[in-house]
Write a protein that binds this ligand. Structure first.
Ligand code: N2P
Length: 390
């Protein structure tokens, strides 16, 4: 390596806070850099413009300064995102790459549990992941998230009040809300005699082999709990036993347990009705106008997914830049226009002619937010294994 690139690496390390001045001098000497080069490097670092600091207190009208936030280095050249499938507009990443000169990879998953398992290894290599609310709580208990440095997120204020300081992140310390949505039934109106109004549809042998339910423990068992008038967050053994019996009653009618990828089968007409999320249903409807969405009379789930930075992420500044970028109204609007979900970004929603409206108080009576099951999680895991193998 040339002295120049050695010096550049060192500048990056000092700026990113990975090296203090003493460590810098030691490394520089070890690399055989000349005193002149070392001086130039230090000068370059000290003349690096720093992001604005919060205003000092003193003026009684000035709010108290926010607690010190982590100073981040310059934007890295890469960013690795782990996201639900079909959950971002086609131009979101290419436009970011161009503007920020940062190469982005996006891998996809189909359930929170799949994502958590990967993050839990501690070596996922991802800089951003997108848990649902209850999964944020799980990641928090496992201490698997980095705190956000808000000074790099000036667009955070675009978040709508209802998604600001959520129950799963009351201080807005870890999450940037991404999309919200509802779990219900996607169906082909040209294949069913009437719009489905109950989860009982999946227990009706009339449509055997043409039905699917989600390969997602929380949504699947949650639906059967709602079916019997129970909370979809219940951990009571008797509620779970009833949910298992209902799930097993439906199982012979199901073509498979499948989540977002069922869209292709709905479009083709191989599946007449599928437990699915509203936004993915809308994506399928773009391809086939016979596809509709219904919320069963017994109710369904409502959720909000957020972006978070997993502990140990390598490209933390790039992650912040990406989050601040998607918080721009036009970028947020493009994402929700593609996904068919609701945007938690008030300015994005205001700019969209066909934005998904947040449910009214009346509609909310049918819906319930998913919460962390705490110690009940292992009973659910066990039940889900029994249902799938039963
Ligand atoms: C993926 C939508 C995922 C939403 N297409 C699940 N919370």
């Amino acid at each position: 390596m040339s002295q120049e690139s050695d010096a550049k690496n060192l500048i990056d390390a000092v700026r990113a806070g990975r090296l203090d001045r003493r460590e810098f001098m030691m490394s520089a000497l070890g690399l055989g850099l000349t005193v002149g080069t070392m001086g130039a490097v230090l000068q370059a670092c000290s003349s690096d413009p720093k992001p604005a600091e919060p205003k000092p207190a003193g003026d009684p009208s000035t709010p108290a300064p926010a607690p010190a936030e982590k100073e981040l280095g310059p934007i890295e050249g890469e960013l690795h995102i782990y996201l639900w499938s079909d959950y971002i507009a086609e131009d979101t990443v290419p436009n970011f790459e161009k503007e920020f000169n940062c190469k982005v990879t996006v891998d996809t998953y189909e359930s929170n549990e799949e994502m958590i398992a990967k993050v839990q290894t501690g070596a996922s290599g991802y800089d951003l992941v997108c848990p649902s609310g209850y999964a944020v709580t799980v990641l928090k208990h496992l201490d698997l998230m980095e705190k956000l440095s808000k000074k790099y997120l000036p667009n955070y204020g675009n978040i709508a009040p209802i998604f600001d300081k959520t129950v799963f992140d009351p201080e807005n310390a870890f999450t940037v809300p991404w999309q919200w949505g509802i779990t219900g039934i996607a169906y082909r109106k040209d294949k069913l005699p009437a719009p489905p109004d109950s989860w009982a549809l999946f227990q009706d042998p009339a449509h055997k082999g043409k039905l699917t339910m989600m390969d997602d423990m929380r949504d699947n068992i949650g639906a059967w709990l709602k079916f019997r008038g129970k909370s979809l967050n219940s951990v009571k053994p008797e509620d779970l036993a009833a949910a298992k019996a209902d799930a097993l009653l439906a199982k012979p009618n199901l073509k498979s347990y499948i989540s977002a990828p069922v869209k292709a089968q709905l479009i083709a007409g191989d599946v007449f009705a599928a437990q699915l999320w509203n936004g993915d249903t809308m994506q399928a409807k773009v391809e086939n106008a016979n596809i509709e969405f219904a919320i069963p009379k017994e109710g369904g789930a409502i959720w909000c997914d957020s972006m978070v930075i997993p502990k140990g992420a390598k490209n933390v500044r790039a992650a912040h830049e990406f989050l601040n970028y998607v918080l721009r109204p036009e970028v947020g609007a493009a994402i929700s226009t593609f996904t068919g979900y609701g945007s938690p970004n008030a300015k994005a929603t205001a700019s969209m002619p066909n934005a998904v409206a947040y449910p009214s108080a009346e509609q909310m009576k049918l819906l319930e937010y998913q919460e962390d099951l705490g110690e009940g999680t292992s009973a659910w895991d066990q039940l889900w294994t029994e249902i799938k193998s039963g």
